[in-house]
Design a protein around this ligand. Structure first.
Ligand code: NZQ
Ligand code: ZN
Length: 403
């Protein structure tokens, strides 16, 4: 619930904060996990809206397998295809009509974060009596109407959408890309995670997803100055991600690496590791605004601004950056000042990002000088991290990435 609530929060938590935790999504993980769709389907009515993207699931055969199981379970299948990366509000209106006209009992999302986010948006918006963009994305209200249950079959990892309430929708006319983090009643009821399904991802999408995971972890990690169990968990997740991503970049069909990354991705944003922490999320705010202007791949919008952002805030959270350098990047602290250690950590992170092929420049994502002011204005400035940015500092981060 944490990602966007901090617009309202002015408190930086300096110790493990109080919280409640539960996560209602049931996961089925592994190379045989699709069979569990048979177990889940009897829990829902006859009409299923099968939601997917631009056609990758037809090329890699997942579509045929899913439809076969739906039919075998006596379901009436209605299709909502063509969910684009960074799904738009116009597409959402279309999906709501389809769900309502066909009296849908279950929305089955088969795809990446965009498809899963979109399914959740349709789930809460179909029976919403006013414009869902205004209610859920501009005003961030809770859902008080009927919610259609969502199930997810994941084909791209990174967003964590398979086990959280996040749903990001883009309004191209308003040049706004906004995420609502819905409550547990909107989380997918079940998610099927088969690492093999991610093998067909193009390398660019694959590594973008890897950085999305890293960014989710870092934006929760870089907050607070306390001794917090969540930080130890995150350091472990980061080390696993760095290790496995290096293997996957060389050999994308390495099952062990891809399955570890899939699992790390889910934990990075299923709300657990952020518990008790104030959380930052500025990289996502800037990245989303870049996405609204360019429609660029989500993970790359984050990678292109992260190093300038972290170099800017490093002096305000120096001890955490020092810890990050030593515990994650294995910087040897001997004979070095705290600044030198922290800086070396970020240098190693930058080298790793270049090594796996991430975008390091917003110019490469289609950003022009003329867009900078608008992108900065569309970047909601949040509190919760080590430094509340000024508008000029947002521009500074963007300019540092115009390389
Ligand atoms: O549309 P298809 O043809 O399926 O192709 C997709 C799409 O072009 C392709 N793809 C996915 N699985 C594939 C595959 N191609 C070949 N083989 C496969 N197995 O990959 C492309 C990108 O897919 P998309 O779903 O857009 O990627 P991602 O999972 O990164 O999702 C991005 C969206 O999620 C939002 C982002 O803002 C963005 O809109 N986020 C959602 C979050 C959440 N729910 O909590 C948090 C994240 O920070 C993020 O903001
Ligand atoms: Zn993300």
């Amino acid at each position: 619930m944490d990602m966007f609530v901090h617009i309202l929060s002015s408190r930086i938590i300096l110790m493990l904060g109080n919280f409640s935790y539960s996560n209602p999504t049931k996961l089925y993980f592994g190379d045989d996990s699709l069979k569990y769709l048979n177990k889940e389907l009897p829990n829902y009515g006859k009409n299923v809206l099968l939601v997917y993207g631009g056609g990758s699931i037809k090329k890699n055969g997942i579509y045929d397998k899913v439809v076969e199981i739906l039919k075998a379970n006596g379901k009436e299948v209605f299709e909502d295809a063509g969910v684009m990366p960074n799904p738009t509000v116009e597409k959402l209106y279309e999906g709501c009509k389809r769900a309502k006209d066909n009296n849908v009992d279950l929305i089955l999302a088969v795809g990446g974060g965009s498809v899963c986010d979109y399914a959740k948006a349709v789930s809460v918006s179909t029976y919403c009596e006013e414009d869902p963009w205004d209610k859920y994305y501009m005003r961030m209200e809770d859902v008080d109407n009927k919610i259609i249950p969502v199930g997810c079959i994941l084909t791209m990892v990174g967003t964590g959408s398979e086990m959280n309430g996040g749903s990001v929708i883009t309004n191209q006319a308003a040049k706004l890309k906004i995420g609502h983090v819905f409550r547990e009643n909107v989380f997918p009821k079940f998610s099927i995670l088969n690492p093999v399904y991610t093998f067909s991802l193009p390398q660019y999408q694959m590594v973008a997803g890897f950085f999305d995971i890293m960014s989710h972890i870092l934006e929760q990690y870089f907050s607070g100055e306390d001794d917090n169990t969540s930080d130890y968990l995150m350091e472990g997740l980061l080390k696993s991600l760095i290790h496995s991503s290096r293997i996957a970049v060389k050999n994308p069909t390495d099952y062990e690496a891809r399955s570890n990354i899939m699992w790390t991705s889910t934990w990075a944003l299923n709300t657990l590791v952020g518990k008790g922490k104030s959380q930052d999320w500025m990289v996502h705010m800037i990245g989303q605004s870049i996405g609204a202007y360019t429609d660029a791949t989500h993970g790359m919008t984050l990678s292109a601004v992260s190093i300038p952002y972290y170099r800017l805030i490093m002096p305000y959270g120096l001890q955490k950056f020092r810890r990050y350098a030593i515990n994650v990047w294995e910087v040897n602290p001997e004979g070095k000042t705290d600044e030198q250690i922290a800086k070396e950590g970020l240098d190693r992170m930058e080298a790793y990002m270049k090594e796996i092929g991430l975008a390091m420049s917003i110019k490469d994502l289609g950003v022009t000088e003329e867009m900078l002011d608008g992108i900065a204005k569309g970047s909601f400035i949040l509190e919760g991290g080590y430094k509340v940015l000024t508008f000029d500092e947002v521009v500074q981060v963007l300019k540092s990435s115009m390389i």
